[in-house]
Design a binder for this molecule. Structure first.
Ligand code: HEC
Length: 183
């Protein structure tokens, strides 16, 4: 390899390192010019918290079709929570809803996960007045925050173990709850 090649290889390496750094230090929630939240794209590489199966919140709710919900949180927020027991500003929690995978000749019993049915996001952002919920549809278009009167806020406020989040349902975190948190 001649000098120019080595030089440019090094420059490319630096450019990659720079891009990786910019990504990891980037604040997680991003918004469009009109203030709507842009749907997180890379949440599947974040920290996995749990999978709920057929969870329903209404008394006597019928299970018409099975569903899974997978919860992820951005890495910076997870690390912050482990250290302090507090969700830091810019925490983004994603709840991805999936149906079942359907028929598969190998599978004689039980269910596996199918396609994404929808996504709900819970974001702590002081610049937006604190925690807010967003629901993204199949078109993946940016979403406005759900109104404060939505039932989401009441249930999370009244029953979430830590700061309006359901840490009591997240196996790697429920042992790390601050003293006095709801069980
Ligand atoms: C009656 C209670 C209840 C209501 C109403 C409710 N949730 Fe939740 N939510 C939960 C529970 C319980 C979990 C934990 C899910 C699990 O363990 O898989 C949860 C988890 C979540 C999470 C994962 C992050 C977190 O905060 O723990 C998001 C995002 C979320 N809900 C969004 C919503 C949105 C959006 C609405 C309103 C459209 C809503 N929820 C309404 C009970 C509720």
């Amino acid at each position: 390899m001649n000098k120019t090649l080595i030089g440019s290889a090094a420059a490319i390496g630096l450019a990659f390192a720079g891009a990786a750094f910019a990504q990891s230090s980037m604040p997680a929630p991003t918004y469009a010019a009109d203030g709507k939240m842009i749907q997180p794209k890379d949440y599947r590489t974040w920290v996995y918290l749990t999978t709920g199966f057929d969870m329903a919140y209404a008394e006597g709710a019928a299970n018409q079709t099975h569903s899974f919900d997978n919860v992820f949180v951005n890495r910076q927020a997870y690390d912050g929570f482990l250290k302090t027991g507090v969700w830091p500003d810019k925490t983004v929690m994603v709840l991805e809803v999936r149906g079942t995978g359907g028929e598969n000749p190998l599978n004689k019993k039980g269910e596996f996960q199918g396609e994404v049915r929808g996504m709900e996001v819970h974001v702590k952002d002081a610049s937006k007045g604190g925690w807010a919920f967003y629901a993204f549809g199949k078109d993946n278009a940016p979403a406005a925050a759900l109104p404060r009167t939505a039932a989401c806020y009441t249930c999370h406020q009244d029953h979430g173990a830590v700061d309006t989040t359901f840490v009591q349902f997240y196996p790697t975190l429920r042992g790390k709850m601050p003293a006095g948190a709801r069980e």
